[in-house]
Design a protein around this ligand. Structure first.
Ligand code: S3P
Length: 422
């Protein structure tokens, strides 16, 4: 697809619902006793994979096609054995969180996904689950899960990963005794918040989460806020484009997710937050980003899990920022939908950007002119959207080899994007 270049962008948009919260709402709704109503559900391919998997386990899920979803939960012990392999598509969250739920079921199951999922490490979930007694074959998909009795453990996490943490929390709902999970850095805590609201026996203290076996989860009405990881593309777009201003309404600003705001402000971006409120236990606000002169920054340490998915678009911002940006401690980028360190470095280099791949991140010397190119997106939704933004300020024409992959997290991205031109 040829990327159209806009001169200026202005306007107000609403981004689709948060991907992490949408997955959890369906999963926990399925395990609750009764009906969970979800509003603002992300109808992206990843979250639809989650719905599909739970339907295969006998859960009735009604969808109106507009983000209203009703999950007819059957309780923690109400899932039925799936007749087929559970197919998770491109979704790491579905795959890893399912492992936690399936490990303690009284039936066997198998899980697999697309070519990208089959290359992503699942040992980070299956190994700690096996310490709880789980019997899971393979460290890559397809995974064969022999449901069994589980027991609590005290586990110090090896990577800062909300997917691993959540898989263990979900398994702990079925395990005898107490499970203690110790994080190295604080990762997104949507599972903990939602489970507390549903009455689970879960406590968080700093980097430690304690969970005890739970007999019943209360169904909820869940309003999913806009996804800050999707809003990030517009925060960067509004900041780099001349004479521009974009307001993104109704965005989730859970502090475990707001690293993008901190970093953009540090880069000198004019980002304003207004109308802060709490909806369904999650903080929400409107975010306004306006044209700014950006400067390079150093990004590393505890902030990384708070902006891990936003690093490709932050790298695009860094290309237009004066001076050097160094991203470190971001090894996790190598095991996302694609190796995002390599993909960003290779594609941005095609545009003439001064970017060097490092062992755990990248170094970008920004503020130099770039030119258009024919970009590869590696089937990765966030690469496609980041390259569409990079192309805006490149001299000459650019294209991306796959625009449809944005459907994974942001169906309608290009309509919203071009709708801002003026
Ligand atoms: C997610 C956690 C993060 C993130 C992913 C969604 C989640 O992955 O990159 O897009 O919903 O828990 P990791 O847990 O692998 O860091």
């Amino acid at each position: 697809m040829l990327i159209h270049k806009m001169k200026r962008v202005n306007g107000v948009i609403t981004v689709p619902g948060d991907k992490s919260i949408s997955h959890r709402a369906v999963m926990l709704g399925a395990l609750a006793d009764g009906t969970t109503s979800i509003r603002g559900f992300l109808r992206g391919a990843d979250c639809l994979s989650t719905i599909d998997c739970f339907r295969k386990m006998g859960i009735r899920i009604d969808e109106d096609g507009n983000g209203s979803v009703t999950v007819h939960g059957r309780g923690l012990n109400g899932l039925s054995a799936p007749q087929d392999t559970l197919y998770t598509g491109n979704s790491g969250t579905t795959t890893r969180l399912l492992c936690g739920i399936l490990a303690g079921q009284p039936f066997d199951s198998s899980v697999t996904g697309d070519a990208s999922i089959c290359k992503r490490p699942m040992g980070r979930v299956t190994r700690p689950l096996s310490l709880m007694g789980a019997r899971i074959e393979n460290e890559y998909c397809p995974l064969l899960i022999h449901g069994t009795k589980l027991h609590g453990i005290d586990y110090s996490m090896e990577v800062a990963s909300a997917q691993v943490k959540t898989a263990l929390i979900l398994a702990a709902l079925y395990a005898d005794g107490e499970t203690v999970i110790r994080e190295t850095e604080k990762s997104r805590d949507h599972t903990e918040l939602m489970l507390k609201a549903m009455g689970a026996d879960i406590e968080t203290c700093g980097l430690t989460v304690r969970v005890r076996r739970t007999n019943a989860l209360r169904p909820q009405d869940i309003t999913v806020p806009g996804d800050i990881s999707s809003a990030a593309f517009f925060m960067v777009l509004g900041s780099i484009m001349p004479e521009s201003e974009i307001t993104i309404k109704n965005v989730g600003i859970n502090p475990t997710r707001t690293g993008i705001i901190d970093v953009m402000r540090q880069m000198g971006a004019d980002i304003r937050i207004s109308g802060e409120r709490t909806e369904g236990g999650e903080p929400v606000a409107d975010i306004r980003a306006a044209s700014s002169r950006l400067r390079g920054v150093e990004i590393g340490g505890e902030i990384i899990p708070r902006l891990i998915d936003e690093l490709p678009v932050i790298a695009a911002a860094a290309v237009f920022a004066e001076g050097r940006t160094v991203i470190r401690d971001a090894r996790e980028l190598k095991v996302k939908e694609t190796n995002r360190i390599r993909a960003v470095a290779e594609e941005f280099t095609k545009a003439g950007a001064d970017i060097t791949e490092t062992e755990d991140g990248m170094i970008i010397n920004g503020g130099k002119p770039i030119h258009g190119a024919d970009f590869a997106v590696y089937g990765d939704h966030r690469m496609a959207m980041s390259l569409a933004i990079l192309s805006q300020l490149a001299e000459g024409a650019s294209s991306i080899d796959d625009a449809s992959c944005v459907d994974v997290s942001y169906p309608g991205f290009f309509e919203d994007f071009y709708g801002l031109e003026n």
